[in-house]
Design a protein around this ligand. Structure first.
Ligand SMILES: [Zn+2]
Ligand SMILES: [Zn+2]
Length: 336
């Protein structure tokens, strides 16, 4: 089969590799659509904890090609998507229902081979039937499930005002979920004007450039501020927008050696909550149902569709930052 393999940091190529064989409890999936995410870029660049060579890609959908002998719920030909996270369900964290801190956590496309390939294997317990969703939308359920997990934790009270910093794919998903959760007003900002303009079409009450946000006089006026940039300077600058007793939520992933300056007296005096979520935990099924209900427009955040052969150039390009929205790769040819 053909796969995009990162052989070592910054060295990736599409090559012929051996087709994986499903273990007894695993399913072999013919990958139809695979989303490109910041994690994939980290794997490409080498700032990640796993081993090389690695086939990245953890946001995917496809068709069951073969099943292991203990698989009971799926048959060859079923249309499926999957939660890429594989928890042991036996360690202390798992037993306390904190599976995203599992000491033996694995993930498709991170610690084992992923979806930028014609085929991959995944345990049956991670797989979900995707129904009649398009393959493209089904591949977007994984980032949606991360956002669902985050919004469950942050809590957006009815009638609250929300500020989202960063109008990339996850910012645009958070925008839609915040509205559904009962925010009376959602403001979104970005440094790129085309992203600001697009956010308006997805229901933002106010979509502004970062510069405009600075000049609006909206300090201390948002119940919840969600950072979707992962840029330390943006996080530092976000504190001033949080209302007294409000929440600053870090969804974007900052570099792990970064630091910011926050006045602890301000946290005390204003009763600020600063929190985050790590990956996702058991929200994939909920996200799938939301996608199937049509209440979240996932297709709107997809702006590029690529064949597998175009992936090496894409990663070279993404290394220097991403000014676009979601890229979907179709390892077996472009489909809906
Ligand atoms: Zn991802
Ligand atoms: Zn565990």
């Amino acid at each position: 089969m053909k796969a995009y393999v990162v052989e070592s940091p910054r060295k990736g190529a599409v090559m012929e590799t051996e087709m994986p064989t499903p273990a007894d409890d695993e399913i072999l999936v013919e990958v139809k659509a695979a989303g490109v995410c910041g994690t994939d870029v980290h794997i490409y660049k080498g700032d990640y904890f796993g081993e090389y060579p690695r086939i990245p890609g953890h946001e995917f959908s496809g068709v069951v090609k073969a099943i292991g002998k203990h698989v009971t719920k799926y048959q060859v030909g079923d249309r499926v998507a999957a939660d890429p996270n594989i928890f042991c369900e036996g360690c202390d964290a798992c037993k306390e229902n904190k599976q995203n801190f599992c000491v033996d956590m694995h993930a498709v496309g991170v610690t084992r081979h992923g979806a930028f390939a014609q085929y991959l294997t995944v345990p049956e317990r991670c797989v979900f039937p995707m129904g009649d969703l398009s393959f493209t939308v089904a591949a977007m359920v994984e980032p949606l499930s991360c956002a669902v997990y985050a919004q469950e934790k942050m809590g957006i009270p009815l009638g609250s005002s929300v500020l989202i910093i960063g109008a990339g794919p996850v910012g645009l998903i958070h925008l839609q979920l915040a509205k559904m959760n009962g925010a009376y007003e959602v403001t979104i900002s970005d440094i790129i004007e085309s992203k600001v303009a697009f956010a308006k079409t997805l229901g933002a009450d106010r979509a502004v450039t970062s510069q405009e946000l600075e000049q609006m006089g909206v300090e201390r006026s948002f119940d919840v501020v969600i950072d979707c940039t992962g840029v330390p300077e943006a996080v530092e600058g976000a504190v001033k927008y949080v209302k007294d007793a409000g929440t600053l939520f870090l969804f974007g992933v900052c570099p792990d050696n970064s630091s910011i300056n926050i006045n602890p007296y301000e946290i005390f005096k204003r009763e600020l909550t600063i929190t985050a979520t790590y990956a996702l935990k058991k929200t994939y099924g909920k996200a799938l149902r939301l996608a199937q209900s049509g209440q979240v427009d996932l297709l709107a955040v997809v702006d590029r569709r690529l064949e597998l052969d175009e992936v090496p150039d894409l990663f070279t390009e993404l290394e220097s930052g991403n000014s676009g929205l979601k890229v979907i790769v179709y390892p077996n040819g472009i489909v809906d």
